[in-house]
Design a protein around this ligand. Structure first.
Ligand code: T4K
Length: 363
């Protein structure tokens, strides 16, 4: 199988027959969208899986972040991580707020609470930390800072399906936690996202904004809303895949540990420090230099293996969208980090082969 392309990830998919069972109901009812029965079942079952009640499913994780900002009526500066996917920053900007970067911890790769307070100004309205690669942030420290300064917290939990912190789902923290059900995530509905909150009123408000801002009886427009609804077709995929979430999590952890055992002894490599629990959704490797990374990437590509430079460059380097402010830790990590392939259908023999290529290239 040496010539089969191996990508950084692939979706975990339920048997097609289980998706078509759900689709059969859609076809029979003719209800394709508008908060249909399958969407409601998906929304409820994913929330229950995480031990939570309030869950508003939307079309993708980026829109989930935008919905959270809109629902909290934020206008001003939002402190966020420069070590993330562009969606974290673009969601802030799309909602008319200003992203302000604060540097990351070099070990956990999450926002470093130690540097956060000095970024707070009289324009700061919120903090948007990211649980990078499913590794939970220092939630206690971040929430304490937010409380002290009267700031809202929206967690970008797009990588964090299935992750717990102090015995509860990470989605239980912050004013709102947003996740992604994109094809590349632990749980996928093709495209999809969700907002979690413990505040019932905020939950109802997000549901109204998702549906054009209609009042519950649809007689009036009571919010500045839009159309963020997920279709029944996507919900059918997500609902079928949910049955395989635990198997996917167990498998990911096993292969993550296999990589760690095979690579850990090498002096040129370091790894993300896991803060308690993690879903091991990615396998990031930090090299000693960018030159080493590029050499390893080239060697893997030659074998039809396509790891990804998540996240490169550090978001503060996109100078055309946000004025540049130096983030030395994030910039340093972004230049040296590579995510190796990790997904349900990846054979353990391929994990061993990939690790072998990495080690051989470092000789
Ligand atoms: N916040 C954070 C921290 C995020 O990482 C993301 C998204 C978001 C917010 C926003 O969530 P969404 O709005 O996307 O729901 C991917 C994903 O598109 C993106 O969801 C994800 N983060 C980001 C980290 O990765 P690309 O452009 O790097 O990946 P792409 O599409 O090239 O896919 C990677 C590999 O996955 C491919 O080489 C093959 C495989 N693949 C991909 C797709 C789309 C499949 O096998 N099937 C597929 O359908 O962005």
């Amino acid at each position: 199988m040496a010539n089969k392309n191996i990508y950084v990830t692939m979706p975990t998919l339920a048997p097609l027959g289980e998706v078509t069972e759900n689709l059969q109901k859609v076809w029979e009812s003719g209800i394709m969208t508008h908060n249909g029965p399958i969407l409601q079942e998906f929304e409820r079952k994913v929330a229950e899986w995480h031990g939570l009640k309030n869950h508003v499913v939307v079309v993708n994780g980026t829109i989930a972040l935008q919905l959270a900002i809109k629902a909290l009526e934020l206008k001003g500066e939002i402190i966020t991580s420069p070590f993330s996917f562009i969606a974290t920053t673009s969601a802030i900007m799309y909602e008319g707020c200003t992203p302000v970067y604060s540097d990351i911890d070099p070990h956990t790769l999450n926002l470093d609470p130690a540097g956060l307070e000095e970024k707070i100004t009289d324009k700061t309205v919120a903090i948007m930390p990211v649980h990078v690669f499913g590794n939970p942030c220092d939630i206690d420290a971040i929430d304490a800072i937010a409380k002290r300064h009267g700031l809202k917290v929206i967690y970008d939990a797009c990588h964090a399906v299935g992750v717990t912190y102090r015995g509860k789902s990470v989605f239980a923290y912050g004013d709102i936690s947003c996740t992604s059900y994109h094809a590349t995530k632990m749980l996928n509905s093709g495209e999809g996202g969700g907002c979690y909150t413990n505040d019932d009123k905020l939950h109802e408000k997000m549901k109204r904004i998702r549906f054009f801002g209609f009042s519950d009886d649809k007689s009036d427009i009571v919010e500045e809303g839009s159309n963020y609804k997920m279709t029944e077709v996507h919900a059918s995929v997500g609902l079928a895949n949910l049955k395989y979430l635990q198997a996917a999590l167990d498998d990911r952890k096993k292969k993550y540990m296999l990589y760690r055992n095979l690579l850990s002894d090498h002096p040129a490599l370091t790894f993300q420090k896991i803060n308690g629990d993690c879903n091991y959704s990615y396998f990031p490797v930090i090299f000693d230099t960018e030159k080493t990374l590029l050499k390893v990437e080239k060697a893997l590509n030659a074998e039809h293996i396509f790891p990804r430079r998540y996240f490169y460059p550090s978001l503060n380097m996109f100078k055309d969208i946000v004025p540049y402010v130096s983030m030395p830790v994030s910039e340093g990590i972004a230049g040296r980090i590579l995510c190796l392939p990790l997904y349900y259908d990846l054979a353990e023999t391929d994990v061993a082969r990939i690790a072998g290529i990495v080690i051989d290239t470092l000789k």
